[in-house]
Ligand binder design. Structure first.
Ligand code: SF4
Length: 429
């Protein structure tokens, strides 16, 4: 990387980014997004001891191909926490994304895990502990964490009810997504389970997880089903069975496509608290190119209309569609469509944030991780520069203030040193 005619390394670059956004975006958010973008390497000795292993429940999120990650004798942790060190960081929770080539790595020095950037220690590291509810057996002999693993540092019990997506059968999958490849590569981690997880064992697992004081909510997610009625009836059965056994003890989050209002009413009445009809990318043309299945089956305008209807039903802050932050800058010879500069990319997504907020919808983000077996990964697209993320968060915070919007509900507390959102730094910013 060159700055003022001088070649600079990754450390100088991150420090220059800290300085550039000082007072506007926290250091914790900046380094977190850089780690999410580039992934993390782990030394063998750092993977000794007890911690919560990565579950590979929905997508891989890894920068490395599954066969590379599977060569490791131990699983990597689901999440890490970085703190202190030369940058004086507050506690920052980060989803683990495996990358042997990352400038970031975790190793052990003087008996303690540390984060290295270009080989230099920059922060202390801890791995997410195994949640207290892990290890318990379900009636059919499976362990509870095979069905409802924890994310958000143990706060969210996460169920992927449908472990593949029907858009893949038609070659209409979203271009950033590797759900079916994740199932093919990591499905063996849940031996007794096929693509569909039975509702009864989901309900049993969630009831078990709910007895853990650390678990604050549950999430039902999974791939898309082409037929809209089949889709909402499928996911509704999970909420119904879960709510029967939980008796509203835990708030619930639902990740599905944008559903029609009559279906959403059923979910609302049954007990869904927070709803995420993930739009992924705002720009009209990019939406149709990046999410061809969603475009063909529902359409962008209808997606937005249904999301606005949902906000009227669930209330302000309770509907938070996700953007895969950064995919609007995806660019390669095979995909010459993404924005070429940060300003245009942020302007486009900020237009979406503003329209959504005008409709009482508070979008959320996942920082894009380029997965090698997604279409984008197979077609050599470039990832966005780090600056995209602080620029996006500055606009997000301005719009959030302007429209007096809360943080998205169901994600826990916001703030540097406080947020437990693992896959984006927007609530650490
Ligand atoms: S709808 Fe798109 S992002 Fe969601 S599982 Fe299917 S292909 Fe992946």
């Amino acid at each position: 990387m060159e700055q003022n005619g001088k070649i600079i390394g990754k450390r100088e670059r991150i420090e220059a980014t800290f300085d550039r956004y000082s007072g506007e975006v926290s250091r914790e958010a900046i380094i977190k997004d850089d780690i999410l973008l580039h992934g993390l390497n782990f030394s063998e000795r750092s993977l000794k001891g007890a911690y919560q292993e990565k579950a590979y429940y929905l997508f891989t999120f890894d920068s490395d191909r599954p066969e590379v990650v599977r060569e490791r004798p131990a699983m990597i942790p689901q999440e890490i926490c970085i703190q202190g060190g030369s940058y004086g960081l507050r506690r920052t929770i980060i989803q683990s994304r495996h990358s042997k080539d990352s400038p970031y790595s975790v190793d052990v020095l003087d008996g303690k895990r540390v984060l290295l950037l270009d080989g230099v220690p920059v922060a202390d590291v801890s791995f997410v502990p195994r949640p207290a509810y892990y290890g318990q057996e379900l009636r059919d002999g499976m362990r509870v964490e095979e069905v409802a693993p924890a994310i958000y540092w143990g706060e969210t019990a996460d169920v992927t009810a449908f472990r593949i997506c029907e858009y893949w059968n038609r070659g209409k999958q979203c271009l950033f997504c590797d759900i079916n490849e994740n199932f093919r590569s990591w499905g063996h981690l849940r031996k007794g389970l096929g693509a569909i997880v039975p509702e009864d064992i989901v309900a049993e697992s969630l009831e078990m997880a709910s007895r853990d004081q650390g678990v604050k909510r549950y999430l039902i997610t999974g791939g898309a089903i082409l037929d809209s009625r089949r889709e909402w009836e499928f996911y509704l059965r999970y909420i119904q069975r879960a709510e029967e056994s939980l008796s509203r003890k835990l708030p619930s989050r639902l990740n599905t496509q944008a559903l029609e209002p009559h279906a959403l009413e059923r979910f609302y009445e049954t007990g869904v608290d927070y709803y995420h009809p993930n739009i992924e990318v705002w720009d009209r043309r990019l939406f149709s190119l990046i999410c061809p299945g969603k475009e063909e089956n529902i359409g962008r305008d209808e997606w937005i209309r249904r999301t606005a209807e949902a906000a009227r039903l669930f209330g302000t802050g309770n509907v938070s569609p996700n953007f895969v932050a950064g995919i609007e800058m995806a660019y390669s010879q095979a995909f010459p469509h993404g924005f070429r500069n940060v300003e245009e990319a942020v302007r486009s997504t900020a237009e979406g944030i503003e329209i959504l907020m005008q409709n009482e919808i508070v979008p959320k983000f996942d920082t894009w991780g380029l997965e090698p077996l997604s279409w984008f990964g197979r077609n050599g697209v470039s990832i966005p520069p780090l600056e995209y993320y602080p620029e996006l968060y500055i606009r997000y915070k301005e719009l959030k203030r302007e429209y007096s919007m809360p943080w998205p509900a169901g994600l826990g507390e916001a703030g540097a040193g406080v947020s437990k959102v693992p896959a984006s730094a927007f609530m650490d910013a």
